[in-house]
Design a protein around this ligand. Structure first.
Ligand code: KG4
Ligand code: ZN
Length: 351
């Protein structure tokens, strides 16, 4: 089966060809991503209207490129998979309309994919079948959620953020420090130069000791807004003390390192607690923030200490891409799930 995946949920227009049978490992034949970062940078974040217009401009070229890179023509495509949601509705509609039209014209089946399922399947796409049950952390700009997977293709939600997503916290802290957009990779890079115990965040624990603690019923929620507010307060205090809006670089790198330490510790603690609680035999970490250097390093180090294998996709499959959407499409096809011809985009599609 050769599946053409299409992803337009946010600020990347992406198309990819992934091949797979019922039992063999999925193979990436091509993986094309047209990033809109340069367009949105000027505004300090994604502007939905600009995003959908750019998707319209890019979609045909990106799909043609994915076919060419994969050495395929339209006739070779067995099925299409498209992100139905969650995401920006105007952006999603570009991919959904394109995929529906192409599937109709070709007479090939179309599969609707939940973007978060795509992130989860990026782990299988990279590593092949991992031992189940698995606990998977999906950590991105819009989501921070834990899933228990006892059967391939079925995702049971264990917990999620009650406020900001981890990537969103990164982006907001970067914006506050005037570092630019998107904030995750910038803060990650600066953090590597800083002292991670320079700042002790009062934040979440003092105000509510249980906010980031596992709950008794086995739910594992996250909260990042307390930390974000603590960073905001710290920056305002330092700006007032120094009498300038621009903090010195030494302070910024320490702040980035201390912030990153708290975020990564929270993500890893909660994920490993959930894995222990549910008797998971493996852990997966996916989504844009799984590109974070400290998260990758610390998760692998803890994996060795606790003897539970941790699987993270390569960087190109961590951030938004269409290969993961094609992979999730192959999974759905194997389960016999195809989309109806009146498929619509769903901005807050749950998983
Ligand atoms: O999965 P993704 O590409 O898009 C969404 O589905 O949201 O994730 C994007 C998020 C952004 O918030 C970005 O700042 C964050 O992932 N991110 C990172 C890193 N690279 C991307 N966060 C921390 N460290 C990174 N190296
Ligand atoms: Zn994503």
């Amino acid at each position: 089966m050769l599946v053409l995946g299409i992803e337009t949920s946010c600020d990347e227009t992406a198309a990819a060809l992934v091949e797979g049978g019922a039992s063999d490992r999925w193979q990436i034949r091509s993986n094309v991503v047209a990033s809109q970062v340069e367009i949105h940078r000027e505004w300090g974040g994604v502007v939905p209207e600009l995003a959908s217009r750019q998707h319209v401009r890019d979609i045909c070229g990106v799909v043609e490129r994915a076919l060419a890179d994969g050495g395929a023509t339209w006739a070779d495509v067995d099925a299409l998979a498209v992100t139905q949601g969650p995401g920006l509705v105007g952006s999603l509609l570009v991919g959904v309309s394109f995929a529906k039209s192409a599937a109709w014209a070709l007479g090939k089946p179309l599969v609707a994919v939940n973007h978060l399922a795509g992130h989860i399947e990026s782990i299988w796409l990279e590593h092949g079948p991992i031992v189940l049950p698995a606990v998977v952390l999906v950590v991105s700009g819009g989501h921070t959620s834990l899933y228990l997977i006892t059967r391939e293709g079925e995702y049971a939600l264990l917990g999620r953020t009650r406020d900001d997503a981890a990537g969103e916290a990164y982006d907001k802290v970067a914006k506050l420090l005037g570092l630019g957009y998107p904030g995750g990779p910038i803060v990650d890079r600066l953090a590597q130069e800083g002292n991670d115990v320079a700042i002790r965040w009062p934040g979440t624990r003092l105000t509510n000791p249980d906010r980031n603690a596992p709950e008794r019923d086995g739910r594992f929620d996250f909260s990042f807004s307390g930390l974000k507010t603590a960073v905001l307060r710290h920056v305002r205090e330092r700006q007032a003390a120094l009498g300038t809006g621009q903090l010195p670089r030494e302070e910024i790198v320490d702040l980035a390192a201390s912030f990153q330490r708290r975020v990564v510790e929270t993500l890893i603690d909660r994920t490993f607690s959930a894995a222990r609680w549910h008797g998971a035999k493996s852990i997966g970490i996916a989504g844009g923030v799984s590109a974070n250097s400290r998260l990758r390093h610390d998760a692998m180090a803890k994996s060795e200490r606790s003897e539970i294998p941790v699987y993270i996709p390569r960087l190109a499959l961590s951030t938004d891409n269409a290969a993961m959407i094609a992979a999730a499409g192959l999974r759905q096809l194997a389960l016999g799930r195809v989309a109806p011809p009146d498929l619509n985009a769903a901005a807050s599609l749950p998983l």
